[in-house]
Ligand binder design. Sequence first.
Ligand code: ZN
Length: 130
Amino acid sequence: MYREVILDHYKHPHNAGTLEHPDVSHEDTNPLCGDRIRIDLQIADGIVTDVRFLGRGCAISQASASLLTDEIIGKPVAEVAAFGKDDMLDLIGIPLDKNPVRIKCALLALKTLKTGVYGYLGAQLEDEDL
Ligand code: ZN
């Protein structure tokens, strides 16, 4: 059922762990499946310079987090904020559209990431940006 790349990321997650002084740190859960993911980001001059994730749960949720961290490292924060659901599903590369529980597993990492990034962008707003 799962692509080999999913199982490989699940067994050997990329960018696993936490950062000591993250600019963004957010944790979220998917109660339908019991998945939990925390994502830490280091941001310098508007670029994601480092990323780590910590999580537990099913193969889809953890592999998605691993794939997503690979995808966003070195990217501008604005581009990360614009990364969407369809981009995430393309990245995972397996059809999940008929299974709402699996979709929540697949999107948990993205939801966690974007909630953190939007909070960060909001905190950066100056009067002249309003
Ligand atoms: Zn799950």
